[in-house]
Design a protein around this ligand. Structure first.
Ligand code: 13P
Ligand code: SF4
Length: 333
């Protein structure tokens, strides 16, 4: 019997039908028909629009495993954006990632499904702050995390991600750098290099909430657990962890080492997405949600492709120097 207020959806969704096996551990069967309808529509729209979906590792499993053409960390998404063979790129991630894709593909249409998908790090610094830092520290190169606006990147010497920050800093061959805007990433990288790092005071609202005490408690509650921490976590958390690396590096660690019991100190969807591949490993799941990443859904990816909104535009006066800073980063191997 139909329940009042419950929308009935057709059970047959030919293109999505086989995908449920990939995500059944994370998505209850009762929710699947609604997702399946959107997945079917997105598959068709991708072909019609000659579009690809690039999804960050923090996207929910139905996006990550069912409609994305490419998944990865910020660095991998930037590299992929450069080679994507499509007219349209839908960035299932946050706004700075869509801007980076646009910087590297000025001739392509880049869509972000929700303009509100921001980032606390990108919000923490403005172009005028960077200008002031240049005046305060003349001659010191500015290394800017990709989690920033194009306008901030445009005033920087080079960009970095959590996956290449140390290599980028050391590639400059200088004694001192300014590293913006993540204080914790800067301090974590400084601990691994002889280059002196001047940091800004931005924080990721997701990773700053993990504490060293939480890690110690996890070790007590789950004996033998291997702790992986994203470098946006406070340094005392990274110090307590067994390994620290970008989302892609955490994924590779699990793949290579197959820890029987593991915890990923990062955004919640990360464990969901990785755990799918390792049913024999135990994933302990204290995690923090990124409200910005969670603004992206199958429904608004579908709408983006239907309406071709929201298109990312960058003022050429900003795009040219910002692109230079990103390309310089991509040249560092
Ligand atoms: P990664 O580059 O490690 O994927 O991190 C991006 C991010 O926003 C982490 O919070
Ligand atoms: Fe920004 Fe943190 Fe969300 Fe990543 S997890 S997008 S750094 S707020």
């Amino acid at each position: 019997m139909a329940m009042p207020g419950l929308e009935t959806v057709p059970a047959r969704t030919p293109q999505a039908e086989h995908l449920y096996a990939k995500v059944r551990h994370a998505i209850p069967a009762v929710e699947w028909p609604v997702h399946a309808q959107d997945i079917d529509a997105i598959m068709t729209l991708k072909r019609t629009r000659n579009a690809v979906v690039l999804a960050h590792n923090y996207q929910t499993p139905e996006i990550f495993h069912c409609v994305s053409d490419f998944v990865g960390d910020s660095l991998a998404l930037a590299r992929e954006a450069m080679t994507a063979d499509a007219d349209v790129i839908v960035l299932a991630g946050v706004h700075f990632m869509a801007e980076t894709a646009k910087l590297l593909n000025p001739e392509k249409t880049v869509l972000i499904p929700d303009l509100g998908a921001g980032c606390s790090l990108a919000e923490s610094i403005r172009p005028e702050d960077v200008r002031l830092l240049r005046q305060t520290y003349p001659g010191i190169p500015i290394v800017t995390y990709v989690n920033t606006s194009a306008a901030v990147k445009a005033l920087s010497d080079i960009c970095c991600t959590s996956g290449n920050a140390k290599a980028v800093i050391e590639s400059l061959g200088v004694e001192r750098v300014i590293m913006l805007p993540d204080e914790f990433l800067a301090r974590n990288v400084a601990a691994e290099t002889n280059v002196k790092v001047i940091a800004w005071s931005g924080h990721c609202e997701v990773h700053e909430r993990f504490s060293a005490g939480e890690v110690r408690q996890l070790r007590e509650d789950y004996p033998g657990v291997i702790v992986l921490a994203h470098p946006e976590c406070p340094p005392e958390v990274v110090a307590e962890a067994d390994f620290s690396g970008s989302t892609a590096a955490m994924s590779s660690y699990v793949n290579k080492n197959r820890p029987a019991r593991v915890v990923l100190l990062t955004e919640c969807s990360m464990s969901d997405n990785v755990a799918i591949h390792y049913p024999d490993l135990e994933f302990i799941r204290p995690c923090n949600l990124c409200p910005h990443m969670k603004k992206i859904s199958l429904r608004n990816i579908r709408r983006a492709l239907e309406t071709m909104q929201h298109e990312v535009h960058i003022d050429p006066a900003i795009a040219v120097p910002a692109r230079r800073a990103v390309e310089r980063m991509l040249d560092v191997r």
